[in-house]
Ligand binder design. Structure first.
Ligand SMILES: C[S@@+](CC[C@H](N)C(=O)[O-])C[C@H]1O[C@@H](n2cnc3c(N)ncnc32)[C@H](O)[C@@H]1O
Length: 444
């Protein structure tokens, strides 16, 4: 059957699946893994976005709460994507290790891809506020089919913009025009979406002044220009190899692109969500711009990159982890602990991190790399540590990060001193470069 003829069938099958799931399926379990600072509404979630979306809609917790959903799903490229994993200790360095982050291959071809996205879009629609909007970021491969599906789900009248992100890198070919843009479909969630038109420079022809009556003109080093409403073609460079933004996560988008979208489509304080979060670009931009964020990804490497990014910005958030991921990423942590009584009921603890060990068997790297990593761990028991944190007042269930120490290039601080709370129970939690973690309780 032609794809054109399949589209109504895809939408109908997803609709039936959506209604059945809402009637019958028990929401999947997500655990709060830890909290950073005072998170407000900020949430980072490791797990399949379908499980998280189902939970938000079925419980009613997420209905009409999100002002902007931006999603940058796989593009139907047929590729596997990898993330750079940097392992660098005082003794050892593994350069250029790439770990499988996610696959963009679909059983059932384009139909399989469209079914995956359509079902999720049905849930997302229910989360939008009356003045909210959704932006779906795709490229030439699938965007035209998704446009037709979104017209059906959201209504043609709610289509606000086709936004072109124009960049310089990639897309070289001798058999076609170089492919240098992605397409973002912007739909309103309700009848009146919020939009703040921002201005941008528009250079005059030949950079010369027009001197039209009533038109204000300006001049910079290039020449004369006027200020016009921002256009739907956004010229923003990709994240370069040497950019300070670079996380090493394949398909990372530039924060500037997200800033432009947030500036116009949201207000400070609004909740923004990305259910295909990757390295957390939306979360980082939202946080810098005083918006709240809810971002989810099923790849531990994506979440590791997001966590590192958000933690380095001191962003507060709650970190949720799905039941499945919780069981697949645990590791052993050992530390030497010295304690001293104080005149209050608190105890003074001095900890020295001595070991972090996880099985490399299930890591998304080649067999040779797994063997190299096992050897590395044997030689340096903290080799895989990315960063670690302390909860001075651990309640045995919810980890609240109060102090954290990240590896800076090869350097990792391994000792810390702190006062426990009156319950005299603390914990340290250690994250590795692959997004796995282990926890050690300290009872004084
Ligand atoms: C194109 S990348 C997003 C990149 C991101 N915008 C950034 O700037 O880093 C797509 C992401 O979708 C995630 N993904 C794919 N299927 C998913 C699913 N079912 N649930 C959650 N995340 C998923 C992948 O792990 C990948 O990180």
């Amino acid at each position: 059957m032609s794809l054109l003829a399949s589209l109504p069938r895809i939408v109908e099958a997803c609709r039936q699946e959506y209604e059945r799931a809402l009637r019958e399926d028990v929401p999947a379990t997500f655990h709060v893994s830890d909290r950073m600072g005072s998170p407000g509404e900020n949430r980072l979630i490791l797990g399949d976005n379908l499980d998280w979306l189902h939970r938000l809609v079925k419980s009613g917790e997420g209905l009409h709460k999100v002002s902007l959903i931006y999603v940058d799903p796989p593009f139907y490229s047929g590729s596997n994507y990898r993330a750079e994993v940097r392992i660098s200790t005082e003794k050892q360095k593994i350069k250029g290790m790439k770990s499988n982050a996610y696959q963009d291959r679909w059983g059932g071809g384009m139909e399989g891809f469209l079914s995956m996205l359509t079902l999720r879009l049905m849930y997302m629609k229910e989360l939008l506020t009356e003045d909210g909007g959704i932006i779906v970021h795709l490229d030439w491969r699938a965007v035209h089919y998704v446009k037709v599906i979104m017209d059906e789900l959201f209504g043609q009248k709610r289509f606000v913009n086709e936004i072109i992100w124009n960049y310089k890198s990639g897309g070289v070919s001798t058999r076609s025009f170089a492919k240098k843009h992605d397409t973002l479909l912007y739909y309103a969630g309700g009848n009146r979406h919020y939009f703040h038109a921002k201005k941008e420079k528009s250079y005059n022809r030949a950079f010369k002044p027009y001197r039209f009556k009533g038109v204000k003109e300006y001049k910079d080093e290039l020449g004369w220009y006027t200020m016009v409403n921002r256009k739907d073609v956004l010229d923003v460079d990709m994240v370069g190899r040497t950019s300070h933004e670079r996380t090493g996560y394949a398909t990372q988008k530039p924060e500037r692109l997200l800033e432009i979208l947030l500036e116009s489509c949201t207000k400070p304080g609004d909740l923004c969500a990305d259910f295909f979060a990757g390295s957390g670009t939306l979360a980082a931009a939202a946080c810098r711009m005083g918006r709240s964020f809810m971002v989810c990804d099923s790849s531990p490497l994506a979440i590791a990159a997001s966590r590192k990014r958000l933690t380095s910005m001191d962003a507060p958030y709650v970190y949720y982890i799905s039941e499945k991921e919780k069981n697949s990423t645990s590791a052993t942590v050992k530390a030497e602990v010295e304690t001293r009584e104080t005149i209050s009921r608190q105890a003074l603890c001095r900890v020295r991190l001595t070991k972090y060990e996880r099985s490399c068997r299930n890591l998304p790297v080649s067999d040779a790399e797994k063997a190299a990593l096992e050897k590395l761990q044997a030689a340096d028991p903290l080799a895989l540590v990315d960063y670690w944190c302390i909860d001075r007042n651990y309640d045995g269930v919810n980890f609240q990060t109060q102090q954290w120490f990240a590896r800076e290039k090869a350097d990792l601080r391994t000792e810390a001193e702190f006062l426990t709370g009156p319950a005299r129970r603390a914990a340290i939690k250690v994250y590795d470069v692959f997004g796995g973690f282990g926890i050690m309780e300290i009872q004084v």
